[in-house]
Structure formats: structure tokens, C-alpha cells
Design a protein around this ligand. Structure first.
Ligand code: MOS
Length: 741
């Protein structure tokens, strides 16, 4: 083995990206392409009364105005992918006059140039009969999600052990609080974009997607086509955070428009349109009650959570799941409800479910520590579980205690004086806070193909995506590791729906699933190569050996333990006309492992804040995460992932929120001037540290995933630090200047 895994290589595609040579969806311009612009509803609920397209159709460059009045009737066949669509009935675009949310596409204008299309779209007169939408989660009815009743659902509606409510009545020390987390939008740099081109009844989509094989299946179902007629291509993604996991209506609209005008069509969403129908982190309401003995031992936990969804679909996330296994406690009750609103459907946003649920739990635990006059880490140590008490099974690995040790040491937690407001830097109030983080080790069947070429280089293919974590690089490392050749000789390709199928590039499962499939494909290739060599392939030096007697070393085959008569890849490939040599691999997790073990990444995250005592400006000065995520394939990329995630957590804590106008459901801050995200000046010194953790259970690579956990917990650490600095508990995110006045 060349031990390519574990090396801090820089991104293979870094140069392409910084020199503008990486091609993103909107850049695959096609010959004869027209431009489409979506017209969104300006009412939040109601019906389209009229669309006056005659004048607009005469405007310069306009090719077509498409609405429910003239749009093709679409099949909208059933498609049940792992994430798309959720339970309910997906939005049918331009199929009727009903309006379900503000910004819902009501027409699409196609023109020769983007300017002409925008101008015409702005001029299109649409009248509505409108009713007031209900977009206030606090006033909404909470319902039991239908999907939670399905066996094996990741988010269950009601879970209980012991009698938590009774335990809370008798608890010596108790805290109870309600937490509100604002709706957030993903706001990646790259907007959603699709270029659609038909060739007869075959459709090619160059489209921003974290899940090209799902986009292929979904669009095929929408148009009533066989999936093989649809090809989705997406080699690069400019950030996504979950917003490109589903196939949203604009993809359908691009394809529909292209068919309508019989030429390729490009559709790019504006920043404002990214707030309408491409998902968002749901607004959540949570209540946590914790009861403990005077020594800090937890005896009761109640966690009730509810998240918004749309009227037409049930979006679910694991909001309360972590509470059943994070701490040792005999009496735990959790419940999860949905609040249907007249709004578009939420979706997964980095650390989905856990980010919001753990925020509430970890703020409450901090509050309990203060009531008990204990160090928050000591309180957590006392309640460290030996097994997953919710499921009564062991953890595949759990390095929580090591995360406390490493994190506290590197952060300098011992410098903290517990009294709120007791630490100062000049006139600034300083606060330290910490929280636990966790995210499940998800896994889904994946496949990959490796091809050994006569020149000794290797092509690796999988339909995976790379939204930024460095998939191109890390997957090349996996292939190099298991083929025993230098990384430079690997060429990994992704982002095509006709490549071997992979799961969504999300849920922190890309390396676990796709990496395992690549490993399997490499082993398959080696086995085939050994058979070929034993048959006399290559320079015939190994003819007559049994394949089992051969081993792979430095990119050559040898008789085990010997260094003479090696056979090279090139020799093998040229033998017998079999060129190139192909290995195929799949990876799946057996159901038994999933039942026997509780598999999660864990971490401890820390934050230091500085708050101006007079004007209450909040600055996160330092952030640090210590993580147990199994094997780390590329520490440099992993660190960069974690830094990005922690920055997202800081945004969640003190900046990000999408506000809806109660009168019409309009997102009133749908632009980067008023939807705040941390920029460089808001980004503190950040460190990520990894526990040397071996997990032989989760998957053959031993990787537990780190994309999602990187965001989880940071909002609680910042909230707890703000309390430490000011003595104020703010139970609503984001925490802003006005929260502290
Ligand atoms: Mo991540 S929210 O699964 O893209």
C-alpha cells in the first residue's frame, strides 16, 4: 500500500477552480440556446385569474410565454427516491391556476437573451384572487408526520423509555425552556441553474445537483420518460449545503421550456428566487425539560420538537433523535411534529435535524450545569452513556470523552472562570461556551468502476458529486491506496447520471458509501489482474502461479514475498487484447450491522465570544471542534470541511434568518444584503482536531463522515458563550444585538 489515505493533499481540482476553468451548470452553453426567466407569484395563497401575455409576446427577443394556459401537461409519475420527493404530492408546475406559496412559478418567459427575458418577465401582467396565507409556525396546527409511522423511519414521532414526565416531577434540579430557530436559506455561491436540451425524446440536463441519478429519475418520472432517456451532467458545484439534493421545480421548467420552444434553454435562478422554492432549514419550535439529581446525574429528559413543512409535502428531519442516545438517562421522552404552512417545502440544510435539535439540548444542558454549579464538561462526563440507551445497542465507536479532553486542552477551557460576566478583555465581555455534536453514520448502496489503461493510469468513475469537500481528491486517494499506485496516476470522474449509481452527495455518506464502492472496484480489478497474470499475461513471468499466490505492490504484481519478475499494469492490459482492464465494485451495509450497532460521529465544539457591554455587538473570536469521525482520508480537506461547517454554525447562531411577511408569505430579506452570513471579517480563528479513532464496523474504510457534524453544536456553543459573557439566556436564534438589549 502506498498509504495514500491519510495524506493532506491539496485539491486536485483547485487550480481549475481558481483559474475559472471548472465548468459549472450555467456555463455549458449550447448552440442556439434561449434564456428562460421564471415569473413568481406575488401572492402567498390563491388562484391565478388572468395572464396577459399578448403584449409581452411582442417584446423584443421574446420567444414564448409559458403558463398553465399553454404548458405541456406533464405526467408527474410516481417516483420514490430516498429523498425526493417527500411524502405528499410534489408541486406540479404550470399545470393549474392554484397558488400555494409566494414566489411559486406561475409563468416562464423565454427570449433570445437573458436581458430580454428578464425585461419581458417583469412586464408580464398576472392577476390573482388571493387569500391570506398562514405562514406563522406559532399559530399553526402541529400534526403527527405520516412518514414517521413507516417502519424504519429515521425521524420517529414519539419515542419513550421509562417515565420522563414523572421523573421530572421528582427531580431535585430541573431546567425547562423553549427554543425557537429561524428559517434559514442555504445561500451557496453558485445559484441553481439548469441548461436543458432535447434530442427527440431524449433529454440532456446540465444542472446543479448533489444527486444526478435522482435528478435523472425524478425528471424522467415528471415527463413520463424512461430514465435512460434522461442524462444529467454536473461535474462541479459551487457550494450547496443540501439545497441541491432534491430536484426542484426549476429543473422541470427548464426542460418544459426547452421542449416548448424546441431549442436548448438556460434557466438560472436569481438570488431572490433561491428563497422561494429550493428548500430551506425549517423554522423549529422546541421544548426541553431536564431533571437531575444534586450530583448532576440526569434522571429525566423531555424533548418536544416541531418543524414547519408545506401543505403539499411532509419534510421530516431528525430533530429529536439525538436526545435518546446522547446522555445516560433512565427516563426519556421525545416527540416530533410537523406544522404545515402555506409555504414551499423545507429541505435538508447542513446538519439537518441534528443541528436544530442538538442546539436545544445542549443549551439546556449548559443551563442545568449552571443550576448545579458544575462545569458543563464535568456534567456531560457524569452522564456519558456506555451504550445507546435508546436502542439498547453498543456504539460502533464513541470518542466523546476524548473529544472533551482534546478540545478542552486545545481551547484552553481551564482558563474559564465560571461566573457569568467574570471574564473581560479591556472593556469587552468575554464568554466561553461548549456543546456536544453528533451526526449519524449514514450509508447507502453505491457502485463504482475502475479502468486500467495501457499507460498505467487508472480511470475511476462514479455518479457522485463534489459540492466542495474535495471528492475528486479524496476518492483518488482511495483508489491510489487500494491499487498501490501514486495518486497522480488516478483520474476520477463524477457527476454523470450514466456513471455507476451512488447515493445523494449529502448526509455525510459520500466517502463512506462511494469510497467503499471504489475500494471494492479496485479489489475487483486486482483480482482480475491476478487471474490474467497467472494465465500468462504481461511478461509471462507469473504464468502458472495461482492468483492467490500473487500480491500487488507498487503498482505491480509479484509472487508473494518476492521482488523479482514483477508484472506491470501496462503489460497486463496489453495482454490478450483486453484493454482496458475493468474492475467493478458495489458497497452496501448489511442490515444486521445497522441493527446491532448505533453508528454516529461525535464531537465537542467550543466557542469564545466578545461582547461590547454597551452596544451589545457579538463577535465570535475563536471556534474549535474536536471530532471522532473514524478514519480521516485527507486531514487537510477534513479540516477545511470542519472550518466551513463551524462558520455555518456561527451564521446559524448570530446571523441567519429568513423572515416572511405575515400578510403574503413573501421572504422579505431575500438577498445577501439583509440575509446575513458570516464573511471573512466575521470568521474567527478556527481549529479542527480529530481523535485517532478506529471503527471497523461502520464500513470497510472505517470513515464515519464529517460533512454534517461540522456545523452541529456550534450554535449551542456560541449561545452558551454568550450566556457566559452576559448572564443572558437567549432562546431564539439568531441571537442579535437586540436580543441582548
Ligand atoms: Mo447535506 S444537508 O446532506 O447536503
Amino acid at each position: 500500500m502506498t498509504t495514500a489515505i491519510g495524506k493532506s493533499l491539496s485539491r486536485i481540482d483547485g487550480r481549475l477552480k481558481v483559474t475559472g476553468q471548472a465548468t459549472y451548470a450555467a456555463e455549458f452553453n449550447q448552440e442556439g440556446q434561449a434564456h428562460a426567466v421564471i415569473v413568481g407569484s406575488t401572492v402567498g395563497l390563491g388562484r391565478i385569474e388572468s395572464i396577459d401575455s399578448a403584449a409581452v409576446e411582442k417584446m423584443p427577443g421574446v420567444v414564448a410565454v409559458i403558463s398553465h394556459l399553454n404548458a405541456q401537461r406533464l405526467a408527474y409519475n410516481e417516483h420514490r427516491g430516498p429523498i425526493d420527493p417527500p411524502a405528499g404530492e410534489r408541486l406540479h408546475v404550470l399545470q393549474g391556476s392554484e397558488v400555494r406559496f409566494f414566489g411559486e412559478p406561475v409563468a416562464i418567459v423565454v427570449a433570445e437573451t437573458l436581458d430580454q427575458a428578464e425585461h419581458a418577465a417583469n412586464a408580464l401582467k398576472v392577476t390573482y384572487s388571493a387569500r391570506p396565507p398562514q405562514v406563522d409556525a406559532h399559530a399553526g396546527e402541529q400534526v403527527v408526520p405520516a412518514v414517521a409511522r413507516r417502519p424504519g423511519a429515521r425521524a420517529e414521532a414519539d419515542v419513550a423509555r421509562g417515565d420522563a414526565d414523572k421523573a421530572l416531577e421528582t427531580a431535585a434540579v430541573k431546567v425547562e425552556a423553549e427554543y425557537v430557530i429561524a428559517r434559514e436559506n442555504h445561500n451557496p455561491m453558485e445559484p441553481h441553474a439548469t441548461i436543458a436540451a432535447w434530442d427527440g425524446d431524449r433529454l440532456t440536463l446540465w444542472s446543479k445537483s448533489q444527486f444526478v441519478v435522482n435528478e435523472q429519475a425524478e425528471i424522467a418520472a415528471v415527463f413520463g420518460l424512461p430514465p435512460e432517456n434522461v442524462q444529467v451532467i454536473c461535474p462541479f458545484i459551487g457550494g450547496a449545503f443540501g439545497t441541491s439534493l432534491r430536484t426542484w421545480p426549476h429543473v422541470t421548467l427548464a426542460a418544459l421550456a426547452a421542449r416548448h420552444v424546441n431549442r436548448p434553454v438556460k434557466l438560472v435562478l436569481t438570488r431572490k428566487q433561491m428563497f422561494f422554492a429550493t428548500g430551506h432549514r425549517p423554522y423549529t419550535l422546541q421544548r426541553i425539560a431536564l431533571g437531575a439529581q444534586p450530583d448532576g446525574k440526569l434522571i429525566g429528559i423531555v424533548h418536544e420538537g416541531a418543524g414547519e413543512t408545506s401543505r403539499y409535502e411532509e419534510f421530516m428531519e431528525a430533530l429529536t433523535s439525538v436526545t435518546s442516545f446522547m446522555y445516560s438517562c433512565p427516563n426519556v421522552r421525545t416527540s416530533y411534529r410537523l406544522i404545515p404552512l402555506d409555504a414551499s417545502t423545507p429541505t435538508y440544510m447542513r446538519g439537518p435535524g441534528e443541528a436544530s435539535g442538538i442546539h436545544a439540548l445542549e443549551c439546556a444542558v449548559d443551563e442545568l450545569a449552571y443550576k448545579l454549579q458544575m462545569d458543563p464538561i464535568d456534567l456531560r462526563r457524569i452522564n456519558e452513556p456506555q451504550i445507546d440507551e435508546g436502542r439498547q445497542v453498543p456504539f460502533s465507536s464513541r470518542s466523546m470523552l476524548k473529544c472533551y479532553d482534546l478540545g478542552a486542552e486545545r481551547f484552553g477551557w481551564s482558563r474559564r472562570t465560571p461566573e457569568p460576566g467574570s471574564m473581560r478583555d479591556g472593556r469587552l465581555l468575554i464568554g466561553y461556551g461548549m456543546a456536544n455534536a453528533s451526526y449519524p453514520c449514514l450509508f447507502a448502496p453505491a457502485s463504482a468502476r475502475v479502468r486500467l489503461l495501457p499507460d498505467g493510469t487508472v480511470e475511476v468513475e462514479a455518479a457522485a458529486s463534489d459540492m466542495g469537500p474535495g471528492t475528486y481528491t479524496s476518492m483518488s486517494q482511495v483508489a491510489a491506496e487500494y491499487l498501490g499506485i501514486p495518486v497522480e496516476r488516478i483520474r476520477f470522474s463524477l457527476g454523470r447520471s450514466d456513471f455507476p449509481a451512488t447515493p445523494p452527495h449529502g448526509g455525510s455518506m459520500t466517502m463512506a458509501s462511494v469510497g467503499s464502492a471504489i475500494r471494492a472496484a479496485c479489489l475487483d480489478l486486482q483480482a482480475k489482474a491476478a487471474v490474467l497474470a497467472a494465465k500468462g499475461g504481461g511478461n509471462a513471468g507469473l504464468a502458472g502461479q495461482s492468483p492467490e499466490a500473487l500480491e500487488w505492490r507498487d503498482g505491480m504484481l509479484f509472487v508473494k514475498g518476492r521482488s523479482d519478475r514483477g508484472v506491470t499494469y501496462a503489460d497486463l492490459v496489453s495482454y490478450g487484447g483486453e484493454s482496458p482492464l475493468v474492475g467493478e465494485g458495489t458497497a452496501a451495509r448489511d442490515a444486521e450491522t445497522g441493527q446491532k450497532y448505533s453508528m454516529h460521529s461525535f464531537g465537542a465544539v467550543f466557542a469564545e465570544v466578545a461582547i461590547d457591554p454597551d452596544v451589545k455587538t457579538i463577535k465570535v473570536r475563536r471556534a474549535l471542534g474536536a471530532y471522532g469521525v473514524g478514519r480521516v482520508v485527507n486531514p487537510k480537506l477534513a479540516t477545511s470541511q470542519c472550518i466551513g461547517g463551524m462558520i455555518g454554525g456561527i451564521g446559524m447562531a448570530i446571523m441567519e434568518r429568513t423572515l416572511l411577511d405575515r400578510r403574503n408569505g413573501c421572504p422579505i430579506n431575500a438577498h445577501m444584503a439583509d440575509y446575513l452570513v458570516p464573511v471573512n471579517l466575521d470568521t474567527p480563528h478556527i481549529e479542527a482536531h480529530f481523535i485517532d479513532e478506529e471503527d471497523t464496523i461502520v464500513n470497510p474504510l472505517g470513515v464515519k463522515g464529517l460533512g454534517e457534524i461540522a456545523l452541529v453544536g456550534m450554535s449551542a456553543a456560541v449561545s452558551n458563550a454568550i450566556h457566559h459573557a452576559t448572564g443572558r439566556r437567549v432562546h431564539e436564534l439568531p441571537i442579535m444585538i437586540e436580543s441582548l438589549l
